[in-house]
Write a protein of this length. Structure first.
Length: 56
């Protein structure tokens, strides 16, 4: 499905550009997630669970 002013090459180059952008965005998301986990760990957000059930 192409528009009058669009050739298959244009479509393929757009797909290639979007795939590259998608890969970059995924890499950035992974990096930010790792940084957030690092900051949360340093701040003590994650605590070890004891083997004993918590007393209520």
């Amino acid at each position: 499905m192409t528009r009058d002013n669009e050739t298959p090459f244009d479509e393929q180059s757009e797909v290639d550009r979007l795939r590259a952008e998608n890969a970059l965005l995924r890499a950035e998301k992974d990096l930010l997630l790792k940084a957030a986990i690092g900051f949360a760990t340093d701040a003590g957000v994650f605590q070890r669970r004891s083997r004993e059930p918590e007393a209520r």
